[in-house]
Design a protein around this ligand. Structure first.
Ligand SMILES: C[S@@+](CC[C@H](N)C(=O)[O-])C[C@H]1O[C@@H](n2cnc3c(N)ncnc32)[C@H](O)[C@@H]1O
Length: 228
């Protein structure tokens, strides 16, 4: 199944940043960057499911002193990210299935100040496990910003979810905002809250948008009890 997701994103990688939806995805990046705010010089950022790396490029343009790593399942997405991010010395990109065991250990250990994950959670077969790995990648007190489509308040997204579940029978699952927050909490994060919601009939060239951004903190107390 990860293979078909990978194949799909391999096939769209070259056009991802020029596609008519690109502005929509970039607007998600702006939303998350606004919530991330100014990071200290040398801050380490990990973007999971980074795609073509547009979020990290934008972040590095505004804050050149950050050190950031983007990881993605699709080798072609990573190739585009490397090529377009080459002007930013603080950026690196690696091909990786975040759902594979030991994924955090493979991203040069832990200690990230900020983990971001945009429009990727609905592909995870085991979201709680994936969120737990994100917690392991963070330093104690580090922050998670997770953005995904939320199916509540969005009949079109809910319908698309049913199509995936019952007709396509793949693993794509759109979650309600409250369920995303609950799963992040279940993964051991503290201070979990829905930091932003966007519910619009028309937004950035796309009809019907329902997004949730979950913000959470890797609590020092729950940091190292498992390392899947
Ligand atoms: C819809 S794109 C979003 C890309 C980017 N974050 C954005 O918002 O524009 C989803 C990305 O998640 C990646 N992805 C899906 N499952 C993944 C996994 N298990 N590990 C790493 N990346 C994954 C896909 O390859 C794809 O590039």
């Amino acid at each position: 199944m990860a293979g078909s997701i990978e194949a799909y994103f391999d096939s769209v990688a070259e056009d991802y940043d020029s596609h008519k939806r690109a502005g929509w995805y970039q607007a998600h990046g702006e939303l998350v960057l606004g919530l991330a705010g100014e990071l200290p010089a040398g801050a380490r950022v990990l973007d999971i499911g980074c795609g073509t790396g547009h979020l990290l490029r934008r972040m590095a343009t505004d804050q050149p002193a950050i050190e950031a790593l983007g990881v993605d399942l699709s080798a072609r997405m990573v190739a585009v990210a490397r090529a377009t991010g080459a002007a930013h010395p603080g950026l690196r990109f690696e091909q990786m299935d975040w759902e594979s065991p030991g994924a955090p250990a493979r991203v040069e250990g832990t200690g990230f100040d900020l983990v971001t994950c945009l429009n990727c959670a609905h592909y995870f077969a085991d979201p709680v496990g994936a969120f737990r790995r994100m917690r392991h990648a963070l330093r104690p007190g580090g922050r998670l910003l997770l953005l995904d489509r939320a199916r509540d308040g969005a009949p079109a997204t809910a319908l698309l979810g049913l199509l995936h579940r019952h007709l396509l029978r793949d693993r794509v699952r759109f979650h309600a905002a409250g369920d995303l927050a609950r799963m992040v909490r279940e993964a051991g994060f503290a201070e979990v809250r829905i930091a932003a919601r966007v519910r619009r009939w028309a937004w950035k060239g796309k009809l019907v948008t329902s997004l949730a951004v979950i913000q959470a903190q890797a609590s020092p107390h729950t940091f190292r009890e498992d390392h899947s």
